[in-house]
Design a protein around this ligand. Structure first.
Ligand code: 4AZ
Length: 752
């Protein structure tokens, strides 16, 4: 897992540079000042969350090429020496040949002819003996150029700090590079060198952040020789491809290199600042390597008052950043709910995902997403946001490229003309990263999405509980299909919710988004029902697959790490799970017809809960009725309501209108001898999906004592050899459907 998130290796390959030429003809002494002047750009003049630099601002920045493309950054420290990161050159413990590398100096935009840039071959790559991998530190390398660089306005060395040099907590410094502008999002053309201001974080402050579980629940122990820079709230950072590049801080009119971009957990994530190799501790090592080289790097002394500047208090309070997205005053009052008004259409619902962007179904804008041109009436579009006095105007519509044919990509992004100030409302919803794993049993809500029909009594009631991935995937997937393990995006998310039965019909024409809560923070987890008839549970398309597209377009939507990690038994499952056979009628091949209930099924019981809800129970012993927990207890409630059980009449009489039937009848299978066996209880809200009774046998028999189980030899309801009523996989596969298998035994107080 850690490999997934820890991004030390820069593998970005950009196409070769036209116009750059190998120039080794000039002698170093021709243009060198006597004393190497360092850290001063000629007066004139990605990094994530940064911006284009001006040419000549960072004249020590070099681009290291291998195979004709940019791989890593580096900094010029002397005419013949470049400082970079070891991990750029070490693969599987082996140092790559210097001949494969070249150094591009004085380059600003890596697109087109590189005016003023020149290239040097690499004569040697030097890496400390104790380097073994980024996480163990010593991620530093020196490159000796085959011939000295040609110094000039755009090519100058940076100053190096002595071992005693201190860069205090809070110092504002700059990182530069041509790396990705977000995770998995390369710097766009024309590949202009990016710069970003980062603050040095003291050791204690940084360790405090990395000691809190972050992506993949990981923590990290910083080592001596590492330095952090960035912000607890993230968003500005170095990223893949910036590695080896410099972090520089200005002191007394000169720029000193404090760090070498080394690694991080993702890019710009909350509480995960970038980790740099501190340069100062390597003074001796650098001096040793460059010995005899004239002129060598410059190590100007730090002014004493800066050096003895206040050290960071070690008991410093840990200032971790909390999520800035996904907080709602109460469920249903969504501060990100955006109502998009397009002339001639009904209002359409979407969600605010950043200061400037609203995500909505592309189907909100029929006829407007087919061409590359912006919609002609865009000027008249309006977006209403909570607590905003006036409607917002729209600057741009960016439909998902697959929106017109793929329901799962029925998405469009709307850019507001002016960013809104984020506060309690409006506030963006959090978006999941592709590797997010919404835990089975997560508390979710349905929220308006697109052209939603008004639904009676909806809004406050749309609570849902997420089913396990296995159940959801196999209900809609094919036999033998493997189920995506945690960490891979699921094909669908299934919330089990009851309120459609409250409304008494299925909302065929209502579209919903699925919001799920983790640690009090709401994520937009899924969108829009699949066209699934009235099959329950309904499946939602997971939004997590679209995280990269959304962040690419918006450059700053709030993608948030998973906050709850208690995976439980399902999450620990490492073997690949596959789906059992389906038949025409669902997982077990039987769809009990409601009309067949009643007198025919003498063990069926009508369970009335709190005088209004009705579900089916099953008489398992003279004094005991088995029912599904969801029928008795409401979400979040632990008190047992008033319950009445009617025997011998289940299904015989039509129920009064006021009653809500909360579950399908149980699943019964007939043995060859003709006796009926209870095989499954309907999963909440589903007609076709059943939780197996088998695994609960011990509990039922211990509780009831007198229940009749068929003899274990050839236990007919699990393995009816050659029988086709219940495929055997059903029994095996239903081992731990956490969200589904909640059974209750009711002991009967016989009345009248
Ligand atoms: C890299 O792979 C890399 N956010 C560099 C810096 C960071 C992450 C990855 C820090 O080059």
């Amino acid at each position: 897992m850690s490999q997934h998130l820890l991004l030390p290796l820069a593998i970005l390959a950009i196409s070769p540079i036209p116009g750059a030429f190998q120039d080794s003809a000039l002698s170093p002494t021709q243009e060198e000042p006597e004393d190497l002047d360092c850290g001063r750009p000629e007066p004139s003049a990605r990094i994530m969350g940064g911006s284009d630099s001006q040419p000549g601002t960072w004249p020590w920045q070099v681009s290291l090429h291998q195979g004709g493309g940019h791989i890593c950054g580096g900094s010029l420290i002397a005419p013949s020496w470049v400082l970079s990161a070891a991990h750029c050159f070490v693969t599987n413990g082996t140092l790559e040949p210097a001949a494969e590398w070249s150094v591009v100096l004085g380059v600003h935009s890596q697109d087109g002819p590189l005016d003023g840039a020149h290239v040097r071959a690499v004569a040697a790559i030097l890496v400390p003996d104790n380097y073994s991998g980024v996480e163990s530190g010593a991620d530093v390398a020196l490159l000796r150029l085959a011939s000295p660089a040609r110094l000039g306005p755009t090519v100058r060395p940076v100053c190096l700090p002595r071992a005693s040099h201190r860069f205090a907590h809070g110092t504002a410094c700059w990182a530069t590079g041509w790396g990705d502008v977000q995770e998995a999002d390369p710097l766009p053309l024309p590949w202009v060198l990016q710069e970003v201001e980062l603050r040095v974080l003291g050791e204690a402050a940084c360790q405090c952040l990395y000691s809190r579980p972050g992506p993949f629940n990981l923590t990290f122990q910083l080592l001596p020789g590492m330095l952090c820079a960035g912000y607890p709230e993230g968003r500005r950072d170095t990223c893949q491809g910036d590695s080896g590049g410099p972090l520089v801080c200005k002191e007394g009119g000169r720029w000193f290199q404090a760090g070498i971009t080394s690694f991080g957990f993702g890019c710009g994530r909350r509480n995960r600042p970038g980790v740099f190799t501190a340069v100062a501790p390597y003074e001796a090592w650098i001096r040793e390597q460059v010995l005899g080289s004239e002129p060598g790097p410059a190590f100007p002394t730090q002014s004493p008052e800066l050096q003895s500047g206040l050290p960071e208090p070690t008991d410093e309070n840990c200032t971790i950043a909390l999520p800035e997205c996904g907080k709602a005053p109460r469920p249903g009052a969504w501060p990100w709910e955006a109502q998009v008004m397009v002339p001639g259409s009904r209002p359409c619902y979407g969600a605010l995902v950043s200061e400037s962007w609203v995500l909505a179904p592309a189907s909100c804008f029929p006829g407007r997403i087919s061409s590359d041109l912006p919609p002609r009436d865009l000027d008249n579009w309006r977006v209403m946001l909570p607590s905003r006095p006036r409607a917002e105007r729209v600057a741009r519509l960016v439909p998902h490229e697959n929106a017109s044919w793929d329901d799962a990509s029925n998405l469009a992004l709307l850019q507001l003309r002016a960013p809104v100030n984020l506060s309690v409302a409006p506030r963006p919803v959090c978006l999941p990263h592709p590797e997010h794993y919404f835990l089975p049993g997560s508390r979710c809500r349905l929220a308006r999405w697109g052209h939603t029909e008004p639904v009676p009594g909806a809004g406050s009631l749309l609570e849902a509980e997420l089913l396990g991935v296995w159940w959801c995937h196999c209900l809609y997937g094919r036999q033998g299909e493997s189920v995506p393990p945690p960490g891979e995006p699921p094909l669908a998310l299934c919330p089990a919710y009851q309120e459609e039965e409250v409304a008494g019909r299925c909302w065929n024409y209502s579209h919903w988004s699925l919001l799920c809560r983790e640690e009090g923070t709401w994520f937009l987890a899924g969108i829009r029902d699949l066209p699934s008839d009235c099959l329950r549970p309904r499946a939602f398309y997971p939004l997590q697959t679209h995280g990269p597209w959304i962040s690419h377009v918006t450059r700053g939507a709030y993608l948030e790490d998973q906050l709850a990690w208690d995976w439980g038994p399902e999450g620990e499952e490492t073997e690949t799970q596959t789906c059992p056979p389906h038949t025409e009628h669902g997982a077990c091949g039987l769809r009990p017809e409601p009309a067949l209930t009643g007198g025919l099924w003498p063990w069926l019981a009508e369970v009335h809960v709190a005088g209004e809800r009705v579900c089916t129970g099953i008489l398992v012993a003279p004094g005991w009725v088995l029912a599904a927990t969801h029928c008795i207890l409401r979400l979040g409630s632990t008190t047992v309501p008033y319950i009445e059980v009617y025997l011998g009449r289940a299904g015989a009489s039509p129920l009064p209108q006021s009653h809500q039937v909360t579950s399908a009848p149980p699943l019964l299978c007939q043995t060859e001898e003709g006796s009926w066996v209870l095989v499954g209880m309907a999963v909440r809200g589903s007609r076709d999906l059943f939780a197996a009774i088998g695994p609960e046998e011990t509990w039922i028999s211990q509780t009831v004592g007198e229940a009749h189980f068929l003899h274990p030899s050839g236990f007919p309801h699990w393995l009816p050899e050659g029988g086709d009523l219940c495929p055997p996989d059903m029994a095996r596969a239903s081992g731990s459907p956490r969200a589904a298998l909640f059974l209750l035994l009711l002991t009967l107080l016989i009345q009248g």
